[in-house]
Design a protein around this ligand. Structure first.
Ligand SMILES: [Zn+2]
Length: 259
């Protein structure tokens, strides 16, 4: 995540600090508290970051997302899902608690087809349904409390510490654990396949991504290390997920999102 983006998030978070601080003092944030905060932050990001003005690209992203969400079971199907396409050259995507997701337009340059885009969106949706955002937030609070205690002992600015803690709580700037990444890969593949997107595209996409282009490695690789282990694990899931894809196709779930 670049500095400018980080600054916007800092600004957004300051506005919603009191509620999160209350949550911190109470011990840990609940799912509902985190979802409310994520919603505020997402609204602010939308207001302050440039959005893609390509109607075709926007509807493409929404179409792929909708196709996947339509196949989710409850309670996930009833989440307040929302996705925004930010006009940002970086190749990245993110998800927040409660189903707020962002795609950077740079990602559309490297995803060669709707199946590859679906592999990223399915993965992000899985981070939300598996509550990785909440787990990471609460794990991080323990660390941040130790930092805050250390900071007050040394007389450091409490406010600065709290803002940093808040960012960490929302889990926006830190990568997920390898365990969460693997789980999101496995679950995300099932989601995309059930929606009728070819899961084999995920292996192609991450293999392409791992070959650094002239501009260096895509930013998404800083949070999604696409080494051989990860790609092999993805490929190992295909036997289990291809039948889901075939069933979806047979049932008429044949999304056609790129026009
Ligand atoms: Zn991930």
């Amino acid at each position: 995540m670049d500095k400018e983006f980080g600054k916007i998030i800092m600004k957004c978070l300051r506005k919603s600090l009191p509620l999160v601080l209350t949550a911190t003092l109470a011990g840990c944030v609940t799912s509902t508290q985190l979802e409310v905060e994520a919603g505020h932050v997402f609204d602010q990001m939308r207001a302050e970051m440039p959005l893609s003005n390509s109607l075709a690209d926007r509807s493409y992203v929404k179409c792929v997302t909708r196709a996947i969400i339509n196949q989710l079971e409850e309670p996930y199907a009833s989440y307040d899902w929302d996705i925004e396409l930010f006009d940002e050259e970086k190749i990245n995507a993110f998800a927040m608690a409660g189903g707020k997701m962002g795609i950077f337009s740079g990602l559309l340059e490297v995803t060669e087809n709707q199946d590859q885009l679906a592999s990223v969106i399915g993965h992000e949706i899985a981070h939300v349904t598996r509550k990785h955002t909440l787990k990471k937030a609460n794990q991080t609070i323990i660390t941040q409390r130790a930092v805050a205690i250390g900071a007050s002992a040394t007389g450091a600015s409490a406010n600065a510490t709290n803002v940093a803690a808040t960012i960490a709580q929302l889990g926006l700037l830190l990568p997920y654990s390898r365990g969460h990444e693997s789980e999101a890969d496995v679950v995300g593949l099932k989601y995309m396949a059930a929606a009728g997107f070819d899961p084999r595209a995920s292996v192609t996409l991450w293999t392409n991504m791992s070959k650094a282009g002239s501009g260096g490695p895509p930013e998404i690789l800083s949070t999604h290390p696409s080494d051989q282990t990860r790609i092999s694990k993805l490929a190992g899931q295909l036997t289990a997920t291809l039948p889901l894809y075939n069933q979806a196709q047979a049932a008429g779930r044949t999304p056609n999102c790129r026009h």
